[in-house]
Each structure stands twice: as C-alpha cells, then as structure tokens.
Design a protein around this ligand. Structure first.
Ligand code: NAP
Length: 259
C-alpha cells in the first residue's frame, strides 16, 4: 500500500480491546500507523490487534497492562518502544464507570475511577513523553467526557473527566517546546458497552435508551465509536499541528450538561 496519513507513526491506544479505543486503534491502522492495543485483558488485546493487522496490513501488537499500575505502564511503554521502534502518539482512553449518588458511593468507587482515568493518564503520559521529548515529536490525546460539565450519579467520573481537561492544558504548556501537542476529546453519548451498562443500571433496554437519548442530541442520533476515532486521529495528525491544549467536544451538538 502507498503512503498513508500515519505511515511510519507508532501509536499507543489504552483500553483498546473494545469500544472507542478499539475503533481508534483501527482508524489509526487504516491510515497506516503501527498500533499498540493496550488493555487489561491480554487475550482481548491480542485478538483485537490480530484483527486490526489483518484488516489494514499494518503492524499491531496486543499488550496487557493496567494503566493505573506504574510498573505495568513502564513495562508496557518500554515494550512498545522495543517492538514498534518508538512512540509517536499516545491516546489515554482506558476508562471505567462506578456510578452512584454520593450517599451510596463507596470509597472504592471513587478511588478506582480516579486511578484509571487520572493516575492512568499521568503514568502513561509520563512514560511516553520521554520518547517524544527525545525525538522532538509527539501527540497526546486524552479522552474526557461531557460528564466533566456535571452529571447526576457521577461525582467520581465527572471529577476525573474534568481533571483530565486541566491535565491536558498543563501538559500542553509543558511539552509544547518539544513539538508535542496535547489535546482532549470530550465525547457525548457513544454507543458502547459502557453506555449499555448505564442503560441497564437505569432500568432501560439499551436500544430504548439510545432512542431516548438521541432525542436530546442536536444532530438527532447517538454517537458511534468511529465518530470519536475520527477526531482523535485528526488531532494526532500533522494537519492539527497548531492545535494544542484544547478540549474538543464530540457530542452531536454544543456542549451542555444534562438533567
Ligand atoms: P468500554 O467499552 O467500557 O471500553 C473501555 C476499555 O478500557 C475496556 O476494554 C476496558 O477493559 C479498558 N480498561 C478499563 N480499565 C482499564 C485499566 N485499568 N487499564 C487498561 N485498560 C482498562 O468504554 P468506552 O465507552 O469505549 O469508553 C472509552 C473511553 O471513552 C473511556 O475513557 C470513557 O470514559 C470515555 N467516554 C465514553 C463515552 C461513551 O458514551 N461511551 C462518553 C464519553 C467518554 P476491560 O474490558 O478488560 O475492563
């Protein structure tokens, strides 16, 4: 195949065995990147990497890693650098929800969500930026959420996603001088296992919940993982070279809080 937008680029996507991360890894590979599919589940990461490599004729490796554990993250980034030959792009996508009203929220629900989203993005970015600074080139995209604007039942998740926006701006200021762009994408409702779980928790069938939510979205539909993947890839491309420290909402309308 000829030259593609990300030919020669080495990309890490965390939480990439399914959902938005999977679509993002796939979209990068479609445009020629070598990708590391990083996920908690080794088998799922490996299977996704094999499918991506077969679909696009690119290199894709599956690596098991809990992004909230420092030693695992350090080992993961070192393995990517060794197997793919470097690190050009990091997408901090791995995420979990543990929704509840505050009076029912356990300490563990708070800590897990902070650890995966915030500590995870910190550990992965710190490890990846060493490679990026050395080569004077890099792109980091953090996955935030419209929940950062406030969402009932999500004080933990909303706080973490708002925190990622501050992390994005500060990191952009620190790393800009090394030709590293740092941005955030804040999706609205995207149809994945995460939102199917939310539907069930609220007592709805996923399809009925999707239709209900679509009515509240200006563009008249819920999002699909590829909607987010397309934007992440644009922000990771050289066409977006003068865009840094920004939070771009992908929510089918202007950013608002619900409820
Ligand atoms: P998803 O389908 O639940 O996928 C999340 C992936 O992250 C799973 O493969 C999961 O692995 C992995 N993961 C969880 N904890 C991890 C950890 N500690 N280390 C490594 N991987 C981990 O969710 P999604 O909807 O695609 O969400 C992806 C990102 O977008 C998340 O950051 C989410 O908060 C954000 N987001 C989603 C929506 C939406 O509407 N779906 C909206 C705004 C933002 P396991 O399966 O092994 O647990």
């Amino acid at each position: 195949m000829g030259e593609r937008r990300f030919s020669g680029r080495r990309v890490i996507v965390t939480g990439a065995a399914r959902g938005i991360g999977r679509a993002t890894a796939d979209r990068f590979a479609e445009d020629g990147a070598a990708v590391a599919v990083v996920d908690l589940d080794a088998g799922a990461a490996q299977a996704a990497a094999e499918a991506i490599a077969a679909a696009h004729g690119t290199m894709a490796v599956g690596i098991a890693c809990d992004v909230s554990v420092r030693d695992q993250v350090e080992a993961m980034v070192a393995e990517v650098a060794r197997r793919l030959g470097g690190v050009d792009v990091l997408v901090n996508n791995a995420g979990v929800t543990r929704d509840n009203l505050i009076h029912k929220m356990e300490d563990e629900d708070w800590d897990l969500v902070m650890n995966v989203h915030l500590r995870g993005a910190f550990l992965c970015s710190r490890a990846a930026q060493r490679h990026m600074v050395e080569q004077r080139y890099g792109k980091i995209v953090n996955i935030s959420s419209t929940s950062a604007l406030g969402n009932r039942g999500q004080v933990n998740y909303s706080t973490a996603k708002a925190g990622l926006q501050g992390f994005t701006r500060s990191l952009a200021l620190e790393l800009g001088r090394f030709n590293i762009n740092v941005n955030a994408v804040a999706p609205g409702f995207i149809d994945t296992e995460m939102t199917q779980l939310t539907a069930r928790r609220l007592g709805h069938e996923p399809e009925a919940y999707r239709q209900m939510r679509a009515k509240t979205i200006a563009i008249g539909r819920v999002g699909v993982p590829r909607d987010v993947a397309n934007l992440v890839c644009f922000l990771s491309s050289d066409e977006a070279g003068f865009v840094s420290g920004q939070v771009v909402y992908a929510s089918g309308g202007p950013e608002t809080r619900r409820g």
